[in-house]
Design a protein around this ligand. Structure first.
Ligand code: ADP
Ligand code: MG
Length: 422
């Protein structure tokens, strides 16, 4: 199992999104073109296969500092069969190294180095497992970092007899991608692109007057359309609340919830159940998704206005990985912008402002639990404390969460939180 090797070699428990797809495609002997955002862990996508292979993996990297960094990191982690060869290496080092290539699993090279005849012929005498072009956009005129030396990589690849080749980068638009594939003569490459332009995902937005109408619509959809599906809520309380609603009113479905506040055993369990189709639906916060590779998710529903485009794209990109028709739907209601701005604000300022509380609690709620959800949405975990205090002080007068003595209560709350901070 690849996960076991990941743990053994790198000490990580799970793959980050995209890594496993790339590794599997490469290890199956394919040429691969991959695009993953910065920081996702592109290096591991070739390091892992390299350590599992019989021969030597050649990695082309444009920056000396990047190369040295990676070699140092691997060595520190006890993986010593790696080496970098670049213009900093002395002649002796270089000769010695070229004679001892057998001892290594990975050799990092600058593209210039690959032009040297002694280097190339030493490589040709080796069993080359993989040919890796990191920062592959450097090969394209259209890319933002064009390097003429990269153009010669095509001959190198041919000289090495076209080993399975991985071209990997964080940024490449349509033109650059085309260029990379042509320049490197990738053969029917498997493409793993972490960006969403997937024709099989249809996008919809629907607007409703109240949250209650959203919930009704949500129930309709999950009954009507093919499962499994993923429902994104903004807060932990909300994820649980929607899950409860669905469990109660759609007993024919199995629904679970997932958020960062659960302990890791519970989270793993829910994830496993979803992967093995024991759950039809998960109501989750954005904590759910990384490393979850489920091919057949048929829809992604967002229950509020998403907070930013990048995460929205990431989240809806989890639908329809199998290429079958899928959809992404946002259910909006008028108060969304208010909550969204509160949430964004909460990320910035640590201390909440109680001034907006009357405005929030004056909104119509259908139940106390909805009010609880709204409070947490706007005030994070302090929202739960607020509601607890409102109840304790007996200022909530009915099941819809209407309250009395607002002015007085706000100042009591302020005093309470000020004391907490001291
Ligand atoms: P990129 O080249 O995509 O910008 P790197 O290969 O430099 O990213 O990796 C970024 C960080 O992510 C590194 O510190 C690496 O150790 C870490 N990383 C890679 N894969 C995993 C994983 N599966 N789990 C946790 N951390 C990982
Ligand atoms: Mg990198």
């Amino acid at each position: 199992m690849l996960e076991r090797e990941l743990q053994r070699l790198f000490g990580f428990q799970t793959f980050k999104e995209g890594q496993k797809d790339i590794i599997e495609a490469l290890m199956a002997g394919n040429d691969v073109f991959a695009m993953l955002p910065t920081g996702r862990g592109k290096s591991l996508c070739y390091q892992l296969p390299a350590f599992l292979a019989r021969g030597l993996t050649v990695v082309v990297s444009p920056l000396l500092s990047l190369m040295e960094d990676q070699v140092a990191q691997l060595k520190k982690a006890g993986r010593k069969q790696v080496v970098a060869l670049n213009s900093f290496s002395s002649k002796q080092e270089r000769q010695k190294l070229l004679q001892q290539l057998n001892d290594y699993k990975i050799v990092y090279l600058s593209p210039e180095m690959l032009q040297a005849q002694d280097v190339l012929s030493a490589l040709r005498s080796q069993l080359i497992s993989y040919f890796i072009i990191d920062e592959a956009h450097c090969i394209s005129y259209w890319g933002h970092d064009f390097r003429a030396d990269y153009l010669r990589l095509r001959e190198v690849k041919a000289a090495l007899d076209h080993p399975p080749t991985l071209a990997i980068t964080a940024t490449a638009d349509e033109n650059v991608r085309k260029d990379i594939k042509i320049q490197l003569q990738l053969r029917q490459p498997v493409e793993i692109l972490d960006r969403v332009n997937r024709e099989n995902i249809a996008l919809f937005v629907e607007r409703y007057e109240t949250n209650e109408q959203k919930v009704i619509r949500l129930k309709e959809i999950v009954r009507e359309y093919e499962l499994p599906g993923l429902v994104y809520a903004q807060t932990r309380a909300q994820a649980e609340w929607y899950c409860e609603q669905l469990q109660r009113d759609c007993p024919e479905l199995s629904v679970g919830y997932y958020h960062g506040g659960m302990d890791s055993m519970d989270r793993m369990l829910v994830q496993e159940q979803f992967l093995s189709n024991q759950l039809d639906l998960i109501c989750a916060t954005n904590a759910f998704g990384m490393g979850v590779n489920k091919q057949d998710i048929r829809f992604i529903i967002h229950l509020q206005q998403p907070l930013d485009v990048a995460s929205y794209l990431q989240e809806i990109g989890r639908a329809g990985r199998d290429g079958s028709p899928s959809f992404a739907l946002v259910l909006l209601s008028p108060e969304d912008p208010f909550y969204a701005s509160r949430l964004i604000q909460n990320r910035v300022e640590e201390t909440m402002s109680l001034e907006t509380l009357p405005q929030l609690l004056a909104m119509p709620f259908n139940s106390k639990s909805e009010q609880r959800m709204r409070l947490e949405q706007s005030y994070g975990e302090q929202g739960q404390t607020i509601l607890f205090l409102l109840e304790k002080w007996d200022v909530i007068v009915d099941d819809k969460g209407t309250w009395k003595n607002q002015h007085e209560t706000i100042s009591k709350l302020k005093t309470y939180f000020e004391k907490q901070e001291q």
